[in-house]
Design a protein around this ligand. Structure first.
Ligand code: ADP
Ligand code: MG
Ligand code: ZN
Length: 496
């Protein structure tokens, strides 16, 4: 029994994958390259301009026009290949990929086929299969009844996008969960952004992702039959679409059915998958070498120029954070893969705060306390909290001149009001740490009186009962006391 998605489609995407099954996912990513002009003509790239204002004989596919490959796009392709550790083909060629669709005026797309620009490579845990260059299709817009022509629903075509340079990055099937896919895609996005080769915006379509999904019995070596989810345009939908497809395939397999190889569309609104075409209906593209273009021959000078423009990439930065700053692996990756957090950390470390904050503590405050107080994904450099102010605050915390609780209050103030000098806020608000002096000892003694029952239980060996006592001290001191110090004093005064 073999079933396609329409037959089995339902919104069964919740719940974990049963342990007996292992999902396998490979991604195909299209990246619009941020060149000045199109892939094979001199038209400027266009973003939101009036439709059909950036076109010429070449990108409209008029007879007799001749394409010329964009050197800058090749340069960007080489930078991507170098960043991913790919093998760069000394000579790669363009092919015609033939199919008929209104967004493709020539009747074929110029792409690369057997001899792509880059082969192999790796990013993080995922192996790269290949990277090749091609041109984007035009944009087909379904205007429906509002654009009726001769009484029928209408679709219109904007050829401005047609011919935009694309790099297609294809992974090996090395991904194992929806979450891993979106995490990895974020790493790829940061990497491409650091390279400066693309705007990498999923919502605007400069980064687009197809996901190939299959499921196999846990422990099996052979891959299951895959289905391809087309054009997911956000990280959230990518995760949800893959999750829904895994659930669908597991359900089919558990019933003793077979997954059909097909291309699917995921509709996030209904959480449904619908079949676009099955394997039998798959296009035969009749690839053949593009006779109007010479092969792309890479020479030493082009390679040297691409190498020279490579910045430090997220994976290398994470390693440096571990090695140079002694950050934990998780922390190093968190900050390096979100470049704006890494930049902020480095600015804070360079601020020369006295007392000096330890890098790990500073990293925790950047990614936890500060990022947690800002909008999701916000760049802390655009917040009111300067890197110098955060460094100074964390320095005071580490020197125990201010408690963690009080420092959080200071950070609240910095986030809403800004300001350069946390020490001044601490002074003004009376938030300086109560050290182990008499003042704190007196507050602890009063807290023990007020919580006599709890004190008795702590003395009898119930460690947990200490909570309300410490809570009272913290309340009385408005969080200025150090938790460890309070705990020590409680035990000391109870004689244990
Ligand atoms: P096709 O010829 O159908 O395009 P490819 O072998 O070129 O398939 O692979 C396309 C993408 O699908 C790659 O990202 C690859 O890793 C992934 N892929 C291939 N086979 C599977 C599978 N069985 N399960 C999941 N992903 C797969
Ligand atoms: Mg393919
Ligand atoms: Zn053009």
């Amino acid at each position: 029994m073999s079933e396609n998605a329409d037959a089995g489609a339902k919104g069964a995407s919740d719940g974990a994958v049963p342990a007996a099954w292992e999902p396998v996912i490979g991604l195909e990513i299209h990246v619009q390259l941020a060149t000045a002009t199109k892939m094979f003509c001199g038209c400027e790239l266009s973003f939101g301009e009036r439709p059909n204002t950036h076109t010429c004989a070449v990108c409209l596919g008029l007879p007799g026009s001749l394409p010329v490959a964009n050197a800058r796009a090749v340069h960007f392709g080489l930078m991507i290949g170098l960043a991913l550790g790919s093998e760069l083909a000394p000579r790669s060629i363009f092919h015609r990929k033939n199919y008929f669709y209104p967004d493709l005026p020539k009747g074929y797309q110029i792409s690369q086929y057997e001899e792509p620009l880059c082969r192999g490579g790796r990013l993080g845990d995922v192996r790269i299969h290949r990277v090749h260059l091609e041109e984007d299709a035009a944009k087909l817009i379904h205007v429906g009844a509002s654009g009726r022509i001769h009484g029928s629903d209408a679709s219109v075509v904007d050829f401005n996008r047609g011919g935009t340079p694309l790099a297609e990055i294809v992974t090996e099937p090395d991904l194992r969960s929806p979450e891993q896919c979106s995490e990895w895609l974020k790493l790829l996005r940061t990497t491409l952004r650091q390279l400066g080769v693309s705007d990498v915006n999923m919502e605007e379509g400069s980064l687009r992702c197809d996901a190939n999904v299959s499921v196999r019995p846990a422990g099996a070596r052979e891959l299951g039959t895959k289905a391809e989810l087309k054009n997911m345009n956000s990280f959230r939908y990518l995760e949800r679409g893959i999750r829904a497809e895994i659930a669908r395939q597991v359900e089919v397999l558990q019933r003793g059915g077979e997954v059909v190889q097909e291309t699917l569309h995921y509709d996030p609104a209904s959480d449904r998958l619908t079949s676009l075409r099955s394997k039998e209906e798959a296009h035969d593209y009749r690839y053949f070498p593009e006779p109007d273009l010479i092969p792309v021959a890479i020479d030493e000078r082009m390679l040297a120029r691409a190498r020279a423009e490579l910045p430090e990439l997220p994976a290398a930065r994470a390693e440096r954070f571990q090695r140079q700053l002694g950050l934990s692996r998780e922390s190093a990756q968190l900050l390096a893969f979100r470049a704006e957090l890494g930049d902020y950390l480095e600015a804070a470390l360079a601020a020369g705060a006295e007392p000096e904050p330890p890098p790990q503590a500073l990293a925790n405050w950047v990614s936890g306390e500060l990022a947690g107080r800002l909008d999701e994904g916000a760049d802390p450099a655009s917040s009111r909290v300067t890197a110098a102010a955060l460094a100074a605050l964390v320095g005071l915390v580490s020197a125990k001149r201010v408690s963690v609780g009080a420092a959080r209050q200071v950070l609240d103030k910095l986030v809403t009001e800004g300001g350069e000098d946390p020490a001044a806020i601490i002074e003004r608000e009376g938030l300086a740490a109560l050290d182990g002096g008499e003042e704190l000892a007196a507050v602890v003694a009063a807290a023990l009186d007020a919580n006599a029952d709890a004190a008795e239980r702590v003395r009898a060996g119930n460690e947990k009962a200490i909570g309300p006592i410490i809570g009272t001290v913290m309340r009385e001191t408005k969080g200025r006391a150090d938790g460890g110090e309070v705990r020590r004093l409680v035990r000391e005064q109870l004689g244990i």
